[in-house]
Design a protein around this ligand. Structure first.
Ligand code: HEC
Length: 172
């Protein structure tokens, strides 16, 4: 399933195509389905499909950085100043947070929507042992989209997923 979470311009303002409580009719059904997919996708941590990192939190991976698209380059700068502290340079993880270049976070398991959610409301500890992720303030929907594009290009280049549909955040 392809989840399109890019911001769309409607009447001059930028807003997300999913996740707005006020969306009427079919759209709120779509949002509900997406939330369902998101929650189902995250259950992998509980059933042992993905073992948690050891408590030392030393789970890091080596990431090779490809030639980035323009959108991803913008995302890389934002990632460095907002996310690297925990998710490591090039999203390879650190002692404070998990690598995002990891099978757990491939598009089919953590759709773009789960990145938007994590930035907006944070993420309670459930896959790892680093503690909770707090919300990250001060990022526009476009900023978050660019960060997602960056992480997806890193994941793609490092063999985390192979279907280029997972790079849809980069079409902006
Ligand atoms: C202060 C540390 C910290 C910062 C800063 C941080 N994160 Fe996280 N993040 C975490 C931790 C820890 C987890 C893992 C929670 C778990 O599953 O145990 C996490 C999980 C996530 C997840 C997975 C959410 C889910 O649904 O399971 C995403 C996506 C994510 N972070 C993206 C980001 C992005 C993008 C940024 C920057 C805008 C960022 N994080 C900044 C600590 C951080």
């Amino acid at each position: 399933m392809t989840v399109n979470t890019r911001p769309v311009r409607r009447g001059g303002s930028t807003r997300w195509t999913v996740g707005k409580r006020s969306l009427p009719g079919r759209r709120s059904v779509l949002a509900a389905v997406l939330v369902g997919v998101f929650l189902a996708g995250c259950s992998g941590g509980e059933d042992g499909e993905y073992p948690a990192a050891d408590a030392s939190g030393s789970q890091t991976v080596e990431v090779s950085v490809p030639d980035l698209s323009d959108v991803a380059r913008q995302g890389a700068e934002l990632f460095a100043s907002n996310c690297s502290e925990c998710h490591g340079p090039s999203a390879g993880g650190s002692s404070q947070g998990p690598p995002l270049v990891d099978k757990i976070y491939e598009p089919g398991h953590h759709a773009d929507f789960s990145f938007i959610r994590a930035v907006e409301v944070g993420s309670a500890q459930h896959h790892w042992s680093f503690g909770d992720m707090e919300p990250v303030p001060g990022l526009s929907p476009e900023d978050v989209n660019n960060i997602i594009c960056y992480v997806r290009e890193l994941q793609y280049a490092n063999g985390i997923f192979t279907d280029a549909g997972g790079l849809s955040a980069c079409e902006a």
